[in-house]
Design a protein around this ligand. Structure first.
Ligand code: B12
Length: 212
């Protein structure tokens, strides 16, 4: 039987091999990806973040935990695909300029994809003008922005301003998220939606497009 408590420890200690092994066992036992991610891996990432904040862990440890979690997500991603044949809509997603964090953003992208959205993932450290040109090129219904750093939160407002200046703000709904982002912040910068996790992000996206 997959020892999921060891999965928490494996991600926390950045042990890629163990993380992959236990994830494969959990998958073989039909444990839901959602459960594996939210009950074991996300808490491990939160704990390594807490240790970093307290000065008990350093960037190399963060990187190793991130590498372990990403390895497991590679296994889980195909299992998060839904069976919907028609697209619910198009989403452009990216981590804003100055921010290199992408685990949460990629999780949101995978969940949206799995639930029937077509997703164009712009990656990390995405400048305002790249969001703007992606909207012009792909005509998405939603633009999603992610950030994990308080220092780059204001970049989200800058992207919204850039969309306004390009005359295309009204064509898209804007959704924002990431650890320091809140509903109140989303309102304040003029975004249309916020969600604190990948599951509710899907619900919010559907709500914004009136397809719940
Ligand atoms: C892993 C990690 C890293 C890795 C990132 C690897 C990668 N490829 O992503 C590395 C080592 C590169 C890194 C670097 C840094 N990091 Co870092 N990192 C983390 C850590 C430990 C975990 C983040 C994570 O992946 N969480 C797991 C995912 C699943 O959760 P999530 O990202 O929050 O995403 C969920 C929700 O927020 C939401 N969501 C996310 N995006 C979106 C978007 C939309 C549209 C929606 C709707 C929802 C949504 O849904 C997601 C899934 O449920 C956090 C601590 C923490 N508790 O968050 C620190 C943390 C974010 N890092 C921090 C810092 C300070 C840094 C560095 C500045 C450190 C340094 N001195 O160099 C650099 C910054 C580099 C840069 N320019 O970006 C601080 C930020 C503090 C702050 N207030 O700004 C944190 C909070 C650690 C801490 N407690 O101090 N980091």
């Amino acid at each position: 039987m997959a020892n999921l408590d060891s999965l928490y420890q494996a991600v926390l200690s950045g042990n890629l091999q163990d993380t992959i092994e236990i994830t494969n066992e959990a998958v073989a036992e039909n444990i839901a990806p959602d459960n594996i991610i939210n009950q074991y891996m996300v808490p491990a990432m939160n704990e390594i973040g807490r240790r970093f904040e307290e000065g008990d862990a350093f960037v190399p440890e963060l990187l190793m935990s991130a590498r372990a979690m990403k390895g497991a997500l590679e296994i889980l991603k195909p299992l998060m695909s839904g069976e919907s044949a028609t697209s619910l809509g198009k989403v452009v997603i990216g981590t804003v300029k100055g921010d290199l964090h992408d685990i949460g953003k990629n999780l949101v992208a995978s969940m949206l994809e799995g639930c029937g959205f077509e997703v164009i993932n712009l990656g990390i450290d995405v400048p305002d003008e790249v969001f703007v040109s992606a909207v012009k090129e792909h005509s998405p219904q939603i633009v999603c922005m992610s950030t994990l750093l308080t220092t780059t939160m204001n970049q989200m407002q800058s992207v919204i301003e850039a969309l306004k200046n390009a005359g295309i703000r009204e064509q898209v709904k804007v959704m924002v998220g990431g650890a320091p982002v809140s509903e109140q912040f989303a309102l304040q910068i003029g975004a249309d939606g916020f969600s604190s996790n990948a599951n509710s992000a899907v619900y919010k996206a559907k709500e914004l497009l009136n397809c719940v």
